[in-house]
Design a protein around this ligand. Structure first.
Ligand code: ATP
Ligand code: MN
Ligand code: MN
Length: 297
């Protein structure tokens, strides 16, 4: 019997009706709204742990990647009922953030023309203690892809020297993200200070290759080690999220052993993601949720 996630998901997805299913979101890749719904239904078991019950910022493109786009951090009027308004316990204004609890919620996002999903690095179970650390590697002009790979390996080494386990993914844009799952014990200040020190130490050791702050020096030819994903309210794109770029790229989890064969950040797309994942014997991020270590500040 076919028990692949694709089939199971495809059956569930019909609970949220899509208007204009034939609307084209990525003209060059031929991906429609319905195609996006099919992609996320198939990816649901993989993406769910990274997007359920955490505040989400959304990139919405009602007319697809060639039309206007806006980054949405707050719940809006007329939002699909499966998308949930979240109360930020620290907010004075009483503004509502955006969350989802289930596949219907994800389909609600598709219905709302969400082409990128950007979660916080903390779950709603504990808003003040991040459960992951993200090092965002942003190559400047003229940086060879091999250098980006090398930077990711160096970040991994440094994270592991601190007792953390590191995982890598394409961003689906230009760079790579190195992610360390955390036991949510340390607060945001500690996470930010830790990742800032990591970035600054790495930049000090290789000033010709890395910079830790965009203002400090020209980015040309260097990789910005963007540690600012690790502060309260900051987001980074979710693993398996699509990107609103040419070719319908996705942010794809990778195994460290395959990183050397990856040719670029936008290599994996809505069109080839499922075939790639089906051909692997194991999940590229197997063990992610079991590898949570406390961050010692
Ligand atoms: P790339 O590999 O091309 O750098 P990226 O997703 O890492 O892709 P960045 O420009 O480094 O892109 O952005 C890092 C994060 O900042 C994004 O993942 C996103 O969560 C957040 N972000 C992006 N656009 C906005 C925006 N308009 N407002 C607030 N935060 C944003
Ligand atoms: Mn980046
Ligand atoms: Mn960045």
């Amino acid at each position: 019997p076919d028990i692949s996630p694709r089939r199971a998901g495809a059956e569930q997805k019909r609970t949220v009706a899509l208007t204009h299913p034939d609307r084209v979101y990525w003209p060059d890749a031929g991906v429609t709204k319905e195609g996006l719904a099919d992609y996320y239904a198939a990816m649901w078991p993989r993406i769910a742990p990274f997007i359920v019950d955490r505040p989400l910022a959304l990139l919405r493109c009602p007319e697809g990647i060639e039309g206007p786009r806006f980054f949405q951090k707050n719940a809006w009027k007329g939002m699909n009922a499966h998308i949930k308004a979240l109360d930020d316990p620290a907010s004075q204004e009483g503004e509502h953030l955006i969350g989802i609890h289930d596949l219907d919620g994800l389909m609600g996002l598709v219905q709302a023309a969400v082409l990128e999903i950007h979660p916080w690095g903390a779950s709603c179970r504990d808003w003040e203690r991040p459960d992951e650390l993200v090092m965002d590697l942003d190559p400047g002009e003229g940086v060879a892809w091999a250098q980006v790979i090398d930077a990711a390996r160096q970040v991994r080494e440094r994270l592991e020297a601190s007792g953390l386990t590191a995982f890598v993914k394409t961003s689906g844009g230009k760079g790579l993200h190195v992610v360390a799952p955390l036991k949510p014990e340390a607060d945001w200040e500690t996470a930010k200070a830790f990742s800032r020190t990591l970035a600054q130490t790495m930049a000090a050791d290789h000033p010709d290759r890395f910079i830790a702050t965009i203002t400090k020096s020209k980015r040309h030819g260097k990789i910005l080690l963007d540690y600012l994903r690790n502060q309260r309210g900051a987001t980074s794109v979710a693993p398996y999220s699509t990107r609103a770029g040419a070719g319908a790229p996705v942010s794809m989890p990778l195994g460290w052993d395959e990183l050397g064969e990856i040719t670029g950040s936008a290599q994996f797309t809505v069109g080839n993601a499922m075939a790639r994942l089906s051909s692997l014997r194991t999940d590229p991020w197997e063990g992610f949720h079991a590898a949570r270590h406390p961050l010692c500040g």
